[in-house]
Write a protein that binds this ligand. Structure first.
Ligand code: ITT
Length: 203
């Protein structure tokens, strides 16, 4: 396919996962930095979907073509859905994840078994060359761990324990995480949509 995809994120952890997942699409994948786009982005949506669309649209206004964006976060049932869409901003953007992760573990102390249920959510928005927008959304379900574990991944990965693996998300390899993660599944679904829409176009 002749199209390029610009991925509208400044988060390198996300970008690493995205490159691996979109690798076999046969399109060139550029980060927004590589595409030379640095728009002011005001993530003032009320849902993951709204924020994903705000990011994708802001970059698309600079680049045109196909622009994808991810809005994601950790939703903890015991904390009424916190930090949710505020996951990156929780306790301040500059606070380390060591501190944020310990704080969340402390806040769910006392919760037992399924009361510790939590999930990563990822909404992918794609703005197409004609301005039309597509969305996909997926989750990865788990429990808040009793203590952080693992050095892979990024962000809150060390505190989402995945019972079926007996490990946290930060103890999975990049390949394993992409197979089952919120981002991996949402991007796979978006990949199928793009393949369907653009198949048959000259390489
Ligand atoms: P961009 O907006 O530039 O993409 P961001 O990090 O600000 O980067 P979000 O607003 O979507 O992105 O916030 C997502 C936050 O949710 C991210 O910073 C992590 O704290 C958390 N998060 C999302 N996916 C995660 C994952 O796979 N593993 C660990 N933490 C994740």
């Amino acid at each position: 396919m002749k199209h390029k995809i610009v991925f509208a994120t400044g988060n390198e952890g996300k970008m690493r996962e995205v490159r691996m997942i979109l690798d076999d699409l046969g399109m060139e994948i550029l980060s927004m930095k590589e595409a030379g786009a640095a728009p002011e982005i005001n993530e003032n949506g009320k849902t993951f979907g709204e924020n994903a669309e705000i990011k994708a649209r802001a970059v698309w206004e600079c680049t045109g073509g196909i622009v994808l964006a991810d809005d994601s976060g950790l939703v903890i049932d015991y904390l009424n859905g916190e930090p949710g869409i505020y996951s990156a901003r929780y306790m301040g953007e500059d606070t380390s994840y060591e501190i944020k992760n310990q704080n969340l573990i402390d806040r769910v102390r006392g919760a037992k078994g399924q009361e510790r249920a939590a999930r990563f959510v990822c909404n992918i928005a794609a703005v197409l060359p004609d301005g039309q927008v597509l969305h996909t959304e997926q989750t990865m379900e788990g429990l808040i761990a009793e203590a952080p574990a693992g050095n892979e991944g990024f962000g809150y990965d060390p505190i989402l324990y995945l019972p079926e693996f007996g490990k946290t998300s930060a103890e999975l390899t990049l390949e394993q995480k992409n197979e089952i993660s919120h981002r991996g599944k949402a991007l796979e679904a978006m990949k199928k949509e793009l393949q369907r829409l653009f198949k048959g176009e000259e390489k």
